[in-house]
Design a protein around this ligand. Structure first.
Ligand SMILES: Cc1cc2nc3c(=O)[nH]c(=O)nc-3n(C[C@H](O)[C@H](O)[C@H](O)COP(=O)(O)O)c2cc1C
Length: 316
């Protein structure tokens, strides 16, 4: 089986992916958080900094593009091919209204005919494989049923499905029955993504979906970075977790300090990460509140030191 690191915009950027790969094992590939396509010919290096090969020295990545414009998509996909990539991913899942209302991300799922037109324009013109990451629909989980015949008409590398609707955002239950229906009707390789947080839950999913051999994990890994290794081994025999987490954390903090303009930006990045990472500890709410409140690097480092030396881990 293969495990993919999910794209989490603002968190699983190149620095995170590189540091994570130095400290933990289990992932085979990461899908990078989306880059929007842009009109016009010139794609600056800063626009695609996160997915430049020289900035991605750890795990192999697949760049993800956010677009509803075929010409712009082709242009950026060709550029990525020139940089050495053989696959790009199209984001059809982003739930945020400011994206979806512009018929992008999960907002596009309401328009099978537009998706059809996009794929028929783009696929013959890009020198890379196309994979898609999608949800079951924008408003209703059955919307996917109208999309399946469209997806089945094209040669897609794989389809990563997060079995929620766009309006569910990241909450409420995943629709496993509908996901199962998709696995029966789609002729593409399918990657399951959603709410994988522990070995037992993962075992239940693997028993229910024996045809799935690739799984994508996002928030579960941000909380428990050992999760991919545990799932791959089928057991948790990892020792010294707290030290390993601290080494990872400190390395991430160091990298952000040296790469970002000013300590407050580096601290903002770490605070975004701690929203999830704090959930590995019993006093999660209190820890996150304290970290969020810190204004100086000294205070931040002090609070973090106390967490690693005094707080109880609750990840299994
Ligand atoms: C803050 C945040 C940012 C995200 N950014 C992206 C993104 O850039 N591209 C994408 O396809 N999905 C994005 N996602 C969705 C995740 O990749 C994943 O589909 C979702 O979190 C469900 O998987 P999980 O339960 O394993 O976290 C984001 C999710 C969150 C919470």
């Amino acid at each position: 089986m293969k495990l993919y690191m999910a794209p989490i915009k603002g968190i699983t950027n190149a620095i995170f992916r590189n540091v994570f790969t130095e400290c933990f094992s289990g992932f085979d590939l990461a899908v990078a958080p989306f880059v929007s396509t842009i009109q016009g010919r010139k794609i600056s290096r800063s626009h695609i900094r996160d997915i430049l090969p020289e900035n991605n020295t750890g795990i192999p990545i697949v760049p993800q593009l956010m677009s509803n414009n075929g010409d712009d998509f082709i242009h950026l996909a060709r550029k990525l091919h020139d940089l050495g990539y053989d696959t790009v991913n199209w984001n059809l899942g982003c739930p945020f209204p400011m994206v979806a209302n512009k018929k992008r991300g999960s907002g596009m799922l309401l328009y099978p005919e537009r998706i059809d037109a996009f794929l028929s324009q783009v696929i013959p013109k890009i020198p890379v494989n196309l994979s898609i990451k999608c949800r079951l629909g924008r408003n209703q989980d059955e919307e996917i049923l109208k999309l399946i015949p469209v997806f089945n008409r094209y040669p897609l590398k794989e389809l990563i499905i997060h079995p929620r609707t766009g309006i569910q955002m990241y909450e409420g239950s995943v629709h496993l029955d509908r996901f199962e229906e998709c696995t029966n009707q789609l002729k593409h390789s399918i990657v399951y993504n959603g709410d994988i947080t522990c070995l037992d839950g993962f075992r239940n999913l693997s028993v229910r979906f024996p045809q799935i051999d690739t799984w994508m994990i996002g928030r579960g890994t941000l909380i428990n970075p050992f999760l991919p290794e545990i799932l791959k081994k089928g057991k948790d025999d990892i020792s010294d977790k707290i030290q390993k987490m601290q080494e990872f954390h400190d390395s991430l903090w160091k990298q952000y300090q040296s790469s970002m303009s000013g300590p407050s930006h580096a601290m903002d990045k770490m605070k975004g990460f701690w929203y999830y990472f704090s959930q590995a500890f019993q006093n999660k709410a209190e820890i996150y509140k304290k970290i969020k409140k810190t204004k100086s690097m000294e205070k931040f480092e002090n609070v973090v030191w106390n967490v690693f030396h005094h707080e109880k881990l609750i990840i299994g």
